[in-house]
Design a protein around this ligand. Structure first.
Ligand code: PLP
Length: 819
């Protein structure tokens, strides 16, 4: 039997809790930090951690989900939930770490720990690919490498495992000691040390020294001296060391890297002899990660020949879930990454988060899970599908088919992918969300292809994790208790609608705001239950506002009167938001309106003011700070008068994105975050904390050679005086790439290099000068990403990022990624 099991008493003892009272005998095998991601509630221990929100707030929800064991730092819960077990500690996070470290300590296995600025996850996944034929490997799920991720990773160690591969990441000084105690590595790998992002550290040396603390007690340390120049050799960790370098002499000295058809042929000097390998990747980052894996194989005693054969078979690691439009109004979640039960739980969770259709189907292959018997595994999967309320299962593979009777939901089974594809025409998929998840050998990409709509040319990729990370960035800047209203108007600034709203709902923002009623209706239809404010509630849409429980912004007496008149006599306390004009001079009540406004509000019981707010005209600009101060003062004065006149309180808010960091005194009860969620904030001095959310890309449709006398495009504006090569690409002004980018104003990235626009922009196409860039038909062209940013584009045509983003037309397909 392979399950990890601790009795709750054992854990109480380990945590040294004298006062523990057993309420029900429990065996614990899962540690939970998120009440929503539950596999087996009865055997789960929930940690009420304090992060952006206090984990204690989710206790009731966790209990309702069937969880009965809790680690808490606040007393008084035992009385509220008499049936459940509570472990009361001073520090919940420390308790999690202690339990994990203790668990790790119980096993005597080889453990590789990986840290560094980049490449941790890829190196970890590749080592897993390279070593899993010789070892039973346990590894960090996805990029679980934080103070929380590491304990959860280590917790997965079972008796059968012979090798652990865990990554560790830190953001400030003093964090590594904890992780080292939990991982207790025997072998250490330092991937690299980047120059950027020294946030949290006073210097690059300090950062490096902190990282090296992970390897204090390892017997083997694998590193490149190129990244440890400031550390004397005798201060490097490890009883033994193995070095690699592209610059200096090392155990593995790279002589050259030669690109061949997207692959890399590498020659190196090792033990006085020339050795070689062929990596199936061409980009610089993959080459470095591949060399690190090469060094690791050699350091572990594999021969150069063995290493070469294994490296040649490495496959790309894609950790992202992709959400795409499918055939017959389906939404497809494509998860071809890992095929284990914890990643299935994460994918199912995403399926529920994106509840776009009431019907949820899962297409699942056999899962090659180590450390569990088939019965255990498929019983657990069946319970998971039931708990996540999946409506239908398509099982593919002989193992899952053999346990068909365990699944308590409509299910069909196929022996293999081939059989499914042959019978595809007989299976109906219609208006449902479909999760496609299979182990690599099942080649489920063939299934995804059948299910997804073909995407032509231009796509905008939206990284939902980046969006969540930006939300977290701003939440961390808020004073305790300040609420968040997320602005999702104009298709979430061009990034999508319900996909984004679903994510924001999942991450528990307090409010959403849209410009028009239609946008609010679309969100409600997609299952969004958060309160939604509508900023321009046209009278013809009042009926829909009521029907879909939307909350209007009332900005003048006419609209207020009209809305009150529209409400039925029986209506009481319908939530409304009062807009106050403090200097934007766009919409809103001003001081002279109060004498008329107050009696109107007081005479009716039909509405209730749930918030009153104003909008700042220039919160990002230091030149106008005095004016911003004046706006805040005016707002406080008017909303105070409103409060007094009404005799009750309401949510006060005035901050937009830039005000959050530039004018913290204006956070009041709630902030309204817009552009910051999408990764832009012109008022933010250090933008390194924000992530790029949207990438717009297209492909080359045709390549042409032009002579000095030829002209290119409409109006014959484009010329290449020395002749050259042009690429025609599928984006034009109808997609939102404005005509003002024409004639060299705009640039795009082709194979990593800048290519200027040549000639005018047409409706659906434009041309680039790709002379000397080795561009081919089908090559990817980046219009904007984290390198060539929306900010850059905005500057090129003298506008602002808001306009660039919201201009991208709806015909450009959006694809969503989630890790
Ligand atoms: C759009 C909008 C915001 C968000 O502004 P950002 O600068 O994008 O953060 C806030 N409040 C109102 C009323 C808005 O219309």
């Amino acid at each position: 039997m392979s399950e990890i099991n601790y009795t709750i008493q054992q854990l109480a003892e380990l945590l040294n809790i004298k006062s523990f009272e057993l309420k029900y005998p429990a065996l614990i095998n899962s540690l939970l930090i998120d009440s929503r991601v539950v596999i087996s509630p009865e055997t789960s221990l929930f940690f009420a951690l304090s992060a952006a929100r206090d984990g204690h707030e989710f206790l009731a929800e966790a209990y309702a989900n069937g969880i009965k064991n809790f680690v808490v730092s606040k007393a008084g819960y035992q009385e509220k939930f008499p049936e459940a077990n509570f472990l009361l500690v001073d520090d919940v996070h420390a308790a999690l770490q202690l339990i994990a470290a203790n668990h790790r300590n119980a096993f005597d296995l080889e453990v590789i720990a990986i840290t560094g600025s980049n490449g941790k996850t890829i190196v970890k996944e590749w080592l897993y690919q390279l070593l899993s034929s010789d070892f039973q490997v346990v590894r960090s799920p996805k990029s679980f490498n934080s103070q929380l991720g590491v304990p959860l990773s280590v917790w997965q160690i079972h008796q059968e495992h012979t090798l652990g591969i865990f990554e560790a990441g830190i953001s400030k000084n003093g964090e590594m000691q904890q992780l080292a105690e939990i991982i207790q590595p025997t072998i250490g790998i330092l991937t690299n040390i980047g120059e950027a992002h020294a946030e949290g550290f006073t210097s690059p040396e300090e950062k490096l020294k902190e990282k090296l603390k992970l390897f204090k007690d390892v017997k083997l340390f694998i590193y490149s001296p190129d990244y440890t120049v400031n550390i004397p050799a005798d201060e490097l960790p490890g009883e033994q060391q193995f070095s690699w370098s592209t610059k200096t002499e090392a155990d593995l000295s790279i002589l050259f890297v030669e690109p061949i058809n997207g692959k890399s042929y590498i020659k190196a000097l090792y033990k006085g002899e020339e050795i070689e390998c062929l990596l199936p990747f061409g980009d610089g980052a993959s080459v470095e990660n591949g060399i690190i894996c090469w060094a690791c194989l050699l350091a572990l005693g594999y021969t150069p020949e063995q290493a070469d054969i294994r490296l040649e078979h490495l496959t790309a690691v894609n950790m992202r879930l992709e959400l795409k439009n499918g055939i017959n109004q389906c939404s497809i979640i494509d998860d071809s990454y890992s095929a284990d039960i914890s990643s299935l739980a994460i994918a199912l969770d995403f399926l529920n988060q994106q509840n776009q259709h009431p019907l949820k189907t899962v297409i699942l292959s056999d899962l090659p899970e180590t450390g569990k018997t088939d019965v255990e595994l498929y019983t657990e999967i069946a319970a998971l599908l039931k708990q996540k309320q999946v409506n239908r299962l398509v099982g593919i593979g002989s193992h899952i088919s053999a346990f068909a009777s365990l699944f308590d939901l409509p299910a069909v089974f196929y022996e293999n992918t081939e059989e499914f594809i042959q019978k595809f025409a007989e299976i109906t998929f219609n208006s449902e969300t479909i999760l496609v998840k299979g182990a690599r050998r099942f080649e489920f990409e063939r299934i995804s292809k059948l299910l997804t709509q073909k995407v032509h040319g231009t796509v905008m990729e939206i990284d939902l994790n980046a969006l969540a990370s930006n939300l977290k960035f701003y939440k961390a800047k808020l004073a305790p208790g300040v609420k968040v209203m997320a602005m999702v108007k104009a298709f979430s600034y061009g990034s999508g609608s319900f996909e984004i709203a679903n994510l924001l709902q999942y991450h528990k923002v307090d409010y959403l705001a849209v410009a028009y009623t239609d946008e609010g209706i679309a969100l409600r239809k997609a299952g969004i239950t958060l309160p939604i404010m509508v900023m321009s509630p046209e009278p013809f849409a009042f009926e829909a506002i009521l029907k879909y429980k939307l909350e209007p912004e009332l900005y003048n007496l006419d609209i207020l009167k009209a809305f009150v008149a529209f409400l039925p006599e029986t209506q009481t306390a319908y939530p409304v938001h009062i807009k106050i004009d403090t200097g934007m001079h766009r919409l809103g009540f001003e001081e002279p309106d109060l004498p008329a406004l107050l009696p109107l509000l007081n005479q009716t019981k039909k509405i209730k003011v749930v918030s009153a707010f104003s909008h700042l005209a220039a919160s990002e600009d230091p030149q106008h700070d005095e004016f911003t101060g004046y706006q805040l003062e005016t707002y406080l004065h008017l909303s105070g008068a409103l409060r007094k006149g009404l005799g009750y309180g309401f949510i006060q808010h005035i901050s937009n994105t830039s005000a959050i960091t530039r004018h913290p005194e204006a956070q009041l009860d709630m902030v309204r975050i817009g552009i910051g969620l999408y990764g832009f904030d012109s008022g933010l001095a250090d933008k390194s904390g924000l992530c790029t959310v949207a990438v717009l890309k297209t492909t080359i449709t045709q390549i042409k050679t032009v002579g000095p006398k030829d002209t290119i495009g409409y109006g014959r504006w484009g010329v290449l005086p020395d002749g050259g090569t042009t690429a025609t690409i599928k984006i034009g002004y109808a997609d939102g790439y404005r005509r003002s980018f024409g004639n060299g104003v705009g640039k795009m990235l082709v194979n990593g290099k800048f290519a200027p626009v040549i000639g005018t922009i047409a409706m659906d196409m434009c041309m680039l000068d790709v002379t000397g860039l080795d561009a081919k038909i089908g090559d990817e062209v980046i219009i904007f990403n984290n390198e060539l940013t929306v900010d850059d584009l905005a500057k090129q045509i003298n506008t602002i990022p808001y306009e660039i983003l919201t201009n991208i037309s709806q015909r450009v397909k959006r694809i969503y990624f989630y890790e």
